[in-house]
Write a protein that binds this ligand. Sequence first.
Ligand code: LLP
Length: 412
Amino acid sequence: MGGVPLAEIADRFGTPVYVLDEADVRARCRTYRETFPDADVLYAAKAFLCRAMAHWTAEEGLGLDVCSAGELELAVTTGFPSERIVLHGNAKSPRDLDTALRLGVGRIVIDSPGEIARLAAAVGPDGHQKVMVRVVPGVSAGGHEKIRTGTDDQKFGLPIADGYAAHAIARILGQPQLQLTGLHCHVGSQITSVRPYLVAVRRMVGLMSRLHEQHGLVLPEIDLGGGHGIAYCPGDQVLDLTALARGVRTELAEACGRAGLPVPRLLIEPGRAIVGPAGVALYRVLSVKHTGRDVFVAVDGGMSDNPRPALYGVRYAPRLIGRRSTAGPARVTVVGRHCEAGDILATGAELPGDVRPGDLLAVPVAGAYHLSMASGYNLVGRPPVVAVRDGLARLLVRRESLEDVRSRDVGL
Ligand code: LLP
């Protein structure tokens, strides 16, 4: 990967370890900019953020979607231009808002009516802040029920239905220090069809049209969030980005034409599709157990560094690396080292029949929502991140040591 043998990385940095291909991340950023030349592409930091990632995405001309003071401060202190950052969150803390105002983020996305007065007060009578409003267009999309956010039975945003969003927007217009630049939506994640995005555009422009009639409001921006689906296993369906770009452009032009509105500037917020396929997780096999029913291949990581199979039933395709095997393929269950039966990394994985302790396994497509969702379960410490480029490997994020874990424990 990136000109470096993965087995060498495992030996040098230990396992489990995440490996990130810098050229691949940068190429994906460029593909987005080329596919959506008239749009602002904001990388969704929740997928994975470290200083290098902030640096690469800034250099490639992307903006950033953050949802906490932590993500925001890390990006800005790395030099990410704050005016290219958008702050999200259904429950922004006072610290989130204060940090956003202090660092001068480009947009704050309002997610609930209660936030309007709170934000206006924090901005102060002489201040000024650009805001967007997250609306819920009533579109069901996404790879799993836990990551579907386009319908009004979930916690995010303001439903367009029943005039809920319009009512909140009228209140925003009454706050002179808040400048509403547009509508935002994020209908779900790991979406593999263009259609939900087009339905969302139609309904959002419908709302823009009503706002124009009622308030004479012309909104210059529309943000369609992220959610672009990628392949975790060979043969998985993916979202066609070219079709998405073409479809959204046409739908926006037609819907705005019907409403007599100028076409707003498009913003998109891909996370997974930029960093997911550029990352690989490496594990060392610790034990192989043949029971009557199954073969359990246990590795030195697990649900603490990848909770996604347990949370969303996601399938991965681990591969043996570092040695050649002539053994025929076997169907195995790759499990972790944690204290529960649900600690499974891959069911029905195809590995050589002679897989044994000491072997190395690589799990492709581990760049997004792995380390960013890693936990401290069983106090094993979170894995490091190593970047590869042009035949060189360098440490980006160091391993969380037992001393790190112990040093936070200050009471008795
Ligand atoms: N914008 C907003 C407002 C979001 O909430 C999200 C993801 C994104 C953009 C980026 O979505 P992406 O392009 O990465 O799909 N932990 C889950 C995914 C949760 C996504 C949450 N929001 C997983 O591992 O699949």
